[in-house]
Ligand binder design. Structure first.
Ligand code: GLN
Length: 491
């Protein structure tokens, strides 16, 4: 039998339906791979007993002829999603041993559809970061390495565990979240597919909040088709999230393979950044050529406020984070460090529980929201945000159906290589992904090639609100042309 971990989710689904193997076999194969890959530090909690229980249940259902869309498929869950009875920490010391008494809407929909939980995946603390180096459980290693070098590279962040686990064939797909690029950037760094859906497409209920007006969950998967299958289960209206939108969930998988004839695709001139590596430029041109060959009309467009997106994001996101993180006070959840007064208890708990990057964001956020600075920073950033959103609206109003850009300004970098002297070095990684969050529009990252050192590079497609289908159709064309990439096993 071929190694079951090398199947795509779609292949595994079909194999299970045909009874070529059982979910227990598929699940055990992944649990074994996880055990052998502990050096990657992708999982922060393994739940083998739960996985086998769920797999047995799926096998029973399959035997009865049940047809659940994800029956028996083993998945990994980012540790930002509340899982009832299973430790959920957002990879922060402050949540300590928090065990939720409730399940996030997204994960409950995955279990409703028959999926199997393998465990919880590592991420940057509270999803703040681009390298998975801020996690209280330590960094995640990217399964990819540069040429013959043994240096450990970052998998991107904040969904670094999700991307590394999917790339290393430890799970068939994973949940992830994206506030400024945390699905798409790690996907690009690991040759996996990641989609940030339209804001409001997936429920935020039970997902640890970072920047609530920007946060959106989505899948990381091995192929475009697999991402489409997962999104269908994850998406949907949820009355428990007031920003969740009541729009029907289409059959995303049906969009894979749809004709692109006559589709108008924009190439934004503002994404041609100074100092961008020639390899990224070349990759972008190749992507445009593949879409053109598939029948698309490529047009140059302008998104004039692009250069303000990153600075505005780094005001809005910390502002919302400082407000969201106020709840971690040592009284209700997780860690508590006592003090002589309630004020001291708060201070001691927060000083001991939050890592350096989270503390930085809380301080920046509190500052930009404070009386006297609010108008100069927060309010101005919100106005810029409106202009960024309008850029996209103006462009889509001309008939452009999607926008093609690079996913990241570089390939994966080394652990400890960025951000220690100047945090802005790390923030610059989000330059191509942040605008979609500011505008609330969907974006997908698809593997498109490799750099000279053999590291994967991704392209991004940005779409119209609630038109994820077009992104899947376009993404698959790039995937077909570029091929799929799997890292050699060294762990
Ligand atoms: N890297 C970005 C940040 O640190 C985005 C993180 C995310 O999307 N969660 O804010």
């Amino acid at each position: 039998m071929t190694d079951l971990t090398s199947l795509t989710l779609a292949e595994a689904r079909d194999g299970l339906a045909k009874k070529s193997f059982t979910s227990i076999e598929l699940t055990d194969a992944h649990l074994k791979a996880m055990e052998a890959a502990r050096a990657l530090n992708a999982f922060v909690l393994e739940t083998p007993d739960r996985a086998r229980d769920m797999a047995r249940e799926a096998d029973d259902g399959l035997a009865r002829g049940e047809r659940k869309p994800l029956a028996g498929i083993p998945l990994g869950i980012k540790d930002l999603f509340a899982t009832k009875g299973f430790r959920t920490t957002a990879c922060s010391k402050i949540l300590d041993n928090f065990i939720p008494t409730y399940e996030s809407t997204i994960t409950s929909q995955l279990w409703r559809d028959g999926a199997v939980m393998l465990g919880k995946l590592n991420n940057d603390e509270f999803a703040m970061g681009s390298s998975n180096e801020t996690s209280c459980f330590g960094p995640v290693a990217n399964p990819w390495r540069r040429g013959s070098s043994n240096a450990t590279l970052v998998p991107g962040g904040s969904s670094g565990g999700s991307a590394a686990a999917v790339a290393a064939l430890l799970c068939m797909g994973a949940t992830a979240t994206d506030t400024g690029g945390s699905i798409r950037q790690p996907a690009a760094f690991t040759a996996t597919v990641g989609i940030k859906p339209t804001y409001g497409r997936c429920s935020r209920w039970g997902v640890v909040a970072f920047g609530s007006s920007l946060d959106q969950a989505g899948p990381i998967a091995r192929t475009v088709r697999d991402a489409a299958i997962l999104l269908r289960s994850m998406a949907g209206h949820d009355p428990k999230d007031t920003t969740s939108v009541d729009v029907g969930v289409p059959d995303y998988e049906a969009a894979v393979g749809r004709s692109l004839k006559g589709m108008k695709i924009g190439i934004p001139k503002e994404y041609r950044m100074d100092g961008m590596p020639a390899e990224i430029e070349k990759l972008w041109e190749a992507g445009a050529a593949w879409l053109k060959a598939a029948g698309c009309e490529m047009v140059e467009i302008s998104l004039p406020h692009t250069k303000y997106a990153l600075p505005a994001y780094y005001i809005v996101a910390p502002a919302e984070a400082s407000s969201n993180l106020a709840r971690y006070d040592g009284v209700r959840y997780g860690l508590r460090e006592n003090g002589r007064s309630i004020g001291e208890l708060y201070e001691n708990t927060r000083a001991a529980g939050f890592g350096a990057e989270v503390r930085r964001r809380v301080m920046i956020g509190t500052y930009v929201l404070s009386a006297g600075y609010y108008d100069a920073y927060y309010l101005r950033a919100q106005k810029v945000r409106t202009l960024i959103k309008k850029d996209f609206e103006d462009c889509f109003a001309t008939g452009v159906q999607a926008i093609l850009t690079p996913a990241t300004p570089s390939a994966a970098f080394g652990q400890g290589e960025k951000g220690s002297a100047d945090p802005i070095e790390m923030y610059l990684n989000d330059i191509f992904t942040v605008p979609a969050n500011m505008a609330g529009v969907p974006g997908i990252a698809v593997p498109a090639g490799k750099d000279a050192q053999g590291l994967p590079l991704g392209l991004q497609l940005i779409g119209r609100p609630f038109d994820e289908e077009t992104l899947f159709s376009l993404g698959e064309v790039i995937e077909q042309a570029a091929g799929r990439f799997t890292p050699p096993i060294w762990w």
